[in-house]
Ligand binder design. Structure first.
Ligand SMILES: [Zn+2]
Length: 286
C-alpha cells in the first residue's frame, strides 16, 4: 500500500499537481511541464442555448466536447444548432443517448440492452464516428481497465456499453443551475473551484478535471456573459491547459483505497439542478 501511495504521489508531482498545490496562493506562476488539464464538456444539446456556446467557443478558440442527444435534434431549428457544433473546429461531439432516458433514469438503467440500443441509435442518427459517451443522469466512467459509478444503478448498462466499445466519461465538477435554468455561481467562482479541486486532487484522475455544463443554462444575456467570462478566465490561466475529452489519459495510477472500501470520489458540493436530477432536459431548453 505504501509503495502504491508513493507511486501516485510521484505521478502527481510529475503532472504538476504538487506544484499547483504550492502555487494556489497569489503570486506569479512559473511555467511547468505537464500542466493540470481541464476538459470542458456540455451536455444535452442541441437546445436553446447551444448557439451561444457555439459562438463563445468560436470566439475564444477553446476545445469543448458537446455530449449531444439525438431526440433534441428532430426539429429544424435544433438540427441547425447541431450542425453548427459539427462545423465548429473547436467542438467535438460525444454520445449522450438518443432519448436521455426521457427523464426516467431508474427505469432506463433497469434495462441495459435498451440503454445500448439507445446509444447505438444515437450514433447512427447523428452520424457519430467515435464511441465516446456520457450516460444521461449518471456519473459513470469506463475506459481501459478503469471503472467508476457514482450511482450503482447504472453499473450494468455502463459495463454493457464498455463491452460494446464505448468509452464513458463522467465529470469531476458540475456547474449546476436553478429551476429556471440560470447558472448557480459566477464564472469567477467556478474558476476558483476548478483550481482548488485540481490542487486537492479531487478528480477521477488527479491533475485532470472534467467540467460539466449544460446547453440549457446559457439562454439569458447574463448567463451567456458568465460563459464568456469563464472561457476567458480559463484561456488566460497559464497554470492550466484545456483539452478535448478524447485527449483524457486512458491510464492512471490506481486509486489508493483502504481495505474493503469502495472507491468514492470527493467532489465539490452540488446545489441546484444538475445532470442527475430526474427531469427531461427539454423542460429547460424551450
Ligand atoms: Zn444530460
Amino acid at each position: 500500500m505504501k509503495n502504491e501511495r508513493r507511486r501516485v504521489l510521484k505521478w502527481a508531482a510529475v503532472s504538476g499537481v504538487a506544484w499547483l498545490l504550492a502555487g494556489c496562493k497569489q503570486g506569479p506562476r512559473p511555467p511547468v511541464p505537464g500542466k493540470p488539464t481541464v476538459y470542458l464538456t456540455t451536455d444535452d444539446g442541441p437546445l436553446r442555448g447551444s448557439e451561444y456556446i457555439d459562438a463563445a467557443v468560436r470566439e475564444y478558440e477553446v476545445p469543448m466536447t458537446a455530449f449531444v442527444v439525438g431526440k433534441h435534434a428532430r426539429t429544424l431549428a435544433f438540427r441547425a444548432r447541431l450542425e453548427a457544433y459539427r462545423n465548429n473546429p473547436h467542438i467535438r461531439l460525444g454520445n449522450h443517448s438518443y432519448t436521455h432516458a426521457d427523464g426516467h433514469y431508474l427505469d432506463y438503467y433497469r434495462h441495459p440492452q435498451r440503454v445500448l440500443r439507445d446509444f447505438e441509435h444515437n450514433q447512427r442518427a447523428l452520424g457519430l464516428s467515435e464511441k465516446i459517451g456520457r450516460l444521461p443522469g449518471r456519473d459513470s466512467w469506463r475506459f481501459g481497465s478503469r471503472a467508476y459509478d457514482a450511482d450503482p444503478t447504472a453499473r450494468a448498462a455502463a459495463d454493457l456499453l464498455a463491452r460494446n466499445g464505448y468509452r464513458l466519461y463522467g465529470w469531476d465538477l458540475e456547474w449546476t443551475h436553478t429551476q429556471s435554468g440560470a447558472p448557480i455561481g459566477s464564472a469567477e467562482q467556478i474558476h476558483q473551484k476548478i483550481i482548488h479541486q485540481l490542487a486537492k486532487g479531487h478528480c477521477f484522475t488527479p491533475g485532470h478535471l472534467v467540467l460539466l455544463m449544460h446547453d440549457q443554462m446559457f439562454r439569458s444575456r447574463a448567463a451567456v456573459a458568465e460563459l464568456y467570462r469563464l472561457l476567458s478566465l480559463l484561456k488566460e490561466d497559464q497554470a492550466i491547459r484545456l483539452r478535448y475529452i478524447d485527449d483524457y489519459p486512458l491510464t492512471a495510477p490506481p486509486l489508493v483505497l483502504k481495505k474493503g472500501t469502495a472507491p468514492r470520489l470527493i467532489k465539490a458540493p452540488v446545489t441546484g439542478i444538475g445532470e442527475s436530477t430526474p427531469v427531461d432536459p427539454l423542460k429547460f431548453g424551450r
